[in-house]
Design a protein around this ligand. Sequence first.
Ligand code: HMH
Length: 229
Amino acid sequence: MEGKTREEVEKSGMIDTWLRKHRLIYTGATRHPLILSIRDGTVDLSAYKRWLGQDYIFVRAFVPFVAIVLIKAWKESDDAADMEVMLSGMASLNDEIAWFKSEAPKWGVQLSDIVPQKANQEYCRFLESLMSPDVEYTVAITAFWAIEAVYQTSFAVCLEDGSKTPAELRETCQRWGNDGFGQYCNSLKKIANRRLEKASDDVLTAAEVALLRVLEHEVDFWNMSRSDA
Ligand code: HMH
């Protein structure tokens, strides 16, 4: 542990420490009943369609958030490689938007007609709050990691051995559940952990709260997709 102060050692692997501490809500977000219903093949396809339309709106709102985190990385980061990770995130969002546009017509979903539901509006508003210049890079990158990691972990569940994911949904699950996306999430996690090691107590608290807010919004988003309400 040469070169690291005692505090830095204590704070290393902060993300995993927080995930253990907030296990219940993390599991709620990553093994939601909607995800489990995809995995066991009982998914209600109207819920999938609702999710598809709503997530297109979310992903569009996620682009400027990632752009701002990229700018924060460029201005504030101690490691020039961070910006390249964000750039690859932007590239995958570009692919995602194209994918939504080709996926939606297959399900009779008209993307131009989608009205954002309350949980989606609230999640997008939360993203906007994180785009404020007062939000530290460390806090924003922690939220960014969490947003991507929830999808990666959730959809990977649908690809596990023995899963009965319907053939027409496998590509969707592959999109976020594939190993490449997993490696990208790991790169984000490494950046977040590295920043959290050096963070003040105030920044640590703000980052932990941001992580919890992401998990809550993700649970609400799945719930919204599952019900007509
Ligand atoms: C709601 N969370 C939601 N949608 C997404 N597409 C992601 C996370 C990951 O990109």
